[in-house]
Write a protein that binds this ligand. Structure first.
Ligand code: D5M
Ligand code: FE
Ligand code: ZN
Length: 472
């Protein structure tokens, strides 16, 4: 039985204060699972739990009780929330914020010591636990992994032995991710021999929220309007199908258009060579879709905004031809559809993961999405292919835990479940480009994933042939 006192006490036990309206809402629902979900998913820096932290709880009130949400709520990444110019010094705050938040998730499962303390003679050859940011990853000549781990007090070298269980996790270590390590210190105190690698991760107990009312969302990505490889026939079939389909939301995770000057020689592969006209054409395509659809559009690396992440929403001067039912969000953005939270991320960091992880390939993006969830971070590595903007906060962390992580960019569809979170890479509407042929990337174009918000079951609809086919 959930009464007011039990609810308040549950939050106090986890050192959280709670707004009286949230208490009233939870008491009215009487749902212990919902209470536990809220407790486990509020962001780490929360002091007071508010309506926005409760799936399905609206901010509007009719005097006596809460009404349900407007069906779409942009929780993070709404238009205009990032893009300001910050200086190099802000990277210090940026990484500090990442370390504090993600380190905090690990700290709740173990007791770690400051790295500086490892210098003390009494810890030599003793078991120690540390939490830090990976500053360098190397393979030794014998095939072990040696990484430098850094916290605010110091740096230590950590050795992951290839013959120990769990080494495959260590093989996926990326620069700048936050990890915890349990291990034994060497006799000179300079090397930590790892026994266990801990990541921020999603708890096994995590239970995703499902909508109480019927509703379906269609997830797509990488439309690439303006490219001569944009599949207009397949899009027309998709457009016709969605006209009669029982869906309420359409989400696209970036590369809305092909853009201009994105890669050398692109001009020769463009059917629309003006950036405004590319967006206008997409606007017209979306005008043909039912106006009852809520359409949520995020940018990718081909779009007109800055490449550094978080990328701002598409500016208004490019969206004059888009219908009013479109909402422009940043990359990444956390969007609630009837309380089901979808984290939209274009997925550029997948290029870095593929470049840095043995065995990772463009053929299957699923493991990369799974690793993002384990790291609770969309793009850990700074200074490779994924540009990251200086900021006082790290907006690329995965917090709170979404029901769905949605990516694109690699143009290959992939779906995987990880600890209750569904990860979907939605593929593309562009056929193989000359560049992708050179890189041996084989896209899976013209697919849309229909997500049932009541069951979180995804269904793949393939529009690449004359007839639409449901792939399961
Ligand atoms: O990315 C389309 C595909 O091409 C995706 O699989 C990534 C790959 N790609 C794009 N740019 C590069 C670079 N510079 N190196 C390696 N692979 C790349 P899109 O963003 O649509 O161009
Ligand atoms: Fe793309
Ligand atoms: Zn892309």
């Amino acid at each position: 039985m959930l009464n007011t006192e039990t609810i308040v006490q549950r939050f106090l036990d986890t050192k959280l204060q709670v707004h009286p309206e949230v208490v009233r809402y939870l008491a009215e629902k009487g749902d212990t699972d919902l209470l536990e979900r809220v407790v486990s998913s509020v962001p780490d820096d929360t002091i007071v739990v508010l309506a926005q932290h409760v799936p399905g709880m609206g901010l509007s009130k009719d005097g006596t009780r809460f009404l349900t949400d407007p069906e779409v709520e942009i929780i993070n990444g709404s238009e205009g929330s990032s893009g300001g110019v910050l200086g190099v010094a802000d990277y210090l705050h940026y990484f500090r914020h990442r370390y504090d938040c993600l380190g905090g998730l690990i700290r709740s499962r173990c007791s770690a010591m400051p790295i500086e303390a490892l210098k003390k003679p009494r810890y030599r050859e003793e078991k120690c636990t540390i939490i830090g940011l990976v500053s360098e990853v190397k393979s030794t000549t014998k095939g072990h992994r040696r990484v430098d781990v850094e916290d605010a007090t110091g740096t230590v070298a950590v050795l992951f032995n290839k013959d120990r269980p769990g080494f495959s996790d260590a093989e996926t270590l990326l620069p700048d991710e936050v990890i915890g390590v349990k291990g034994s210190l060497s006799s000179d105190g300079k090397l930590l021999f790892a026994d266990q690698l801990m990541r921020p991760d999603i708890p096994h107990s995590h239970a995703p929220y499902t909508s109480e009312t019927p509703g379906k969302a269609v997830l797509i990505s990488d439309i690439h309007v303006g490219s001569d490889t944009f599949l207009d026939d397949a899009w027309d079939r998709f457009s016709e199908w969605i006209g009669g389909a029982d869906v309420s939301y359409l989400l696209c995770a970036g590369d809305l258009v092909d853009g201009i000057g994105i890669y050398p020689g692109q001009e020769a592969e463009l059917t629309i060579k003006n950036i405004y006209e590319q967006y206008d054409f997409l606007g017209e395509l979306l005008q043909s879709l039912p106006s009852r659809l809520k359409i949520i559009l995020a940018p990718g690396n081909h779009d007109v905004v800055r490449g550094a992440e978080p990328q701002p929403a598409i500016p208004r001067k490019f969206t004059g031809k888009f219908p009013d039912n479109c909402v422009f969000v940043e990359n990444p953005a956390l969007v609630s559809l009837q309380g089901v939270r979808v984290l939209m991320y274009h997925g550029r960091s997948i290029d870095d993961q593929i470049g840095l992880t043995p065995g990772a390939s463009y053929e299957n993006p699923s493991p990369m999405m799974e690793w993002m969830l384990k790291r609770r971070h969309l793009a850990p590595t700074y200074g490779r292919k994924t540009p990251i903007a200086a900021d006082r906060q790290d907006h690329l962390m995965i917090d709170p835990i979404p029901e769905v992580l949605m990516t694109g960019h690699v143009h290959v569809m992939g779906i995987v479940q990880y600890h209750g979170t569904l990860a979907i890479n939605a593929g593309t509407w562009q056929s193989q480009t000359a560049f992708q042929k050179q890189m041996n990337i084989n896209p899976t174009p013209a697919r849309a994933v229909v997500l049932d918000l009541q069951t979180l079951v995804p269904t793949i609809h393939d529009f690449s042939g004359e007839e639409m086919v449901i792939l399961g």
